[in-house]
Design a protein around this ligand. Structure first.
Ligand code: GLA
Length: 339
């Protein structure tokens, strides 16, 4: 049975989460006039998340983003995982964490009103990844209007891990059309350029003199309308920004988004070394969403904090290896305000 849990805070913000994919199905936030609107794309019915090709709202794993040819090695042993996007692996394979039933920890009266933890045990060999992996994600809404997301994971065999939250934000409201008028600022000076099939070349390149340099806030529409080879490969922005060179627990402010009409602002903080900024390029025209809305390309913005795409095949990228005895712990915060 798919369960739905709702959280709320003193600022009037509320969040709905379901057990399929640990998905965020609604996030209602006030605009500058106090009007509350749902600002994430999604479906009306929980069971629609069982067929979710755009990954609306879900936690992606065991390995978010891409693995070239679906191949990687651990301790000189070769592994082959699903090639579910052309020749490459995407987002944990056809039955990744986004389609799995997570269980609610602490579903009784002891559960705090503003937080929920979901657990998932991914078995050794599931989607051909090695090791039994126990994963948990906690969503917490603070009275400072932050959505705090804590991940933890441990394994009984060496494995690879890359988790992310795949919510599509439209700060004007999920049904209000394009995100091209949103202003986006990303505090990064480097990125990982990609090949035409969206696999990183392996280079860590400066953003200087590219339209992907968002250290000064830019209107997303103005970014996408520029001509640059990297923007043609993913049909827009679909790139990993380099936030730090090695994973550590320091939380830093990495991105800020502002929607001029509603005045809603979202800040992203994370301890992760990378962030995939994705402008919803692959949302199909006429995609049926919540409340009778119809979505299309560039109607949602994902700011997916994570390790770098294809990290297992690039020794110069922060490692995604998780060993028995280690605990992976990571935090990302989406903070809401008016600006
Ligand atoms: C990520 C990827 C995109 C796309 C979406 C899901 O953001 O980087 O290329 O696969 O997920 O549609």
């Amino acid at each position: 049975m798919i369960e739905t849990v709702s959280l709320s805070n003193a600022a009037g913000t509320s969040l709905d989460v379901i057990t399929v994919g640990a998905a965020i199905t609604a996030l209602r936030v006030a605009d500058r006039d106090g009007n509350i609107e749902d600002i994430v794309l999604g479906f009306d019915e929980p069971d629609q998340y069982l067929d979710n090709p755009n990954y609306f709202g879900v936690v992606v794993g065991r390995f978010a983003n891409r693995i070239a040819q679906g191949r990687f090695q651990i301790d000189n042993r070769a592994y082959q995982v699903a090639q579910n996007q052309g020749d490459n692996h995407l987002h944990g394979g056809p039955t990744g964490f986004h389609l799995r039933e997570w269980s609610v920890a602490d579903s009784g009266d002891t559960r705090p009103e503003n937080a929920i933890t979901l657990n998932y045990r991914s078995l050794d060999g599931e989607e051909q990844f090695p090791g039994n992996l126990d994963v948990s994600v906690t969503y917490r809404l603070t009275d400072a209007n932050e959505l705090v997301i804590d991940y933890s994971a441990s394994t009984d065999k060496p494995t690879i891990l890359n988790l992310t939250q795949h919510s599509y934000f439209n700060l004007a409201g999920h049904a209000s059309g394009s995100i091209l008028d949103h202003e986006l600022c990303i505090h990064a000076d480097r990125y990982t350029p990609q090949r035409p099939d969206q696999i990183p070349t392996g280079e860590i390149a400066p953003l200087d003199n590219t339209p992907l340099d968002l250290r000064t806030p830019a209107r997303i529409g103005d970014v996408l309308s520029q001509s640059h080879q990297q923007l043609t490969y993913g049909g827009g922005l679909d790139h990993n920004y380099v936030l730090k060179d090695a994973f550590d627990a320091t939380l830093q402010l990495v991105a800020e988004v502002r929607e001029p009409v509603s005045g809603r602002v979202m800040r992203v903080l994370t301890d992760q070394p990378g962030m995939q900024a994705y402008t919803g390029n692959f949302i199909g025209e006429g995609c049926a969403g919540k409340d009778g809305a119809t979505y299309g390309p560039h109607q949602g913005l994902c700011l997916e904090t994570q390790h770098f795409s294809d990290a297992p095949n690039h020794s110069n990228f922060p490692s995604t290896l998780l060993l028995p005895g280690q605990v992976f712990a990571s935090r990302t915060v989406y903070q809401f305000g008016i600006g």
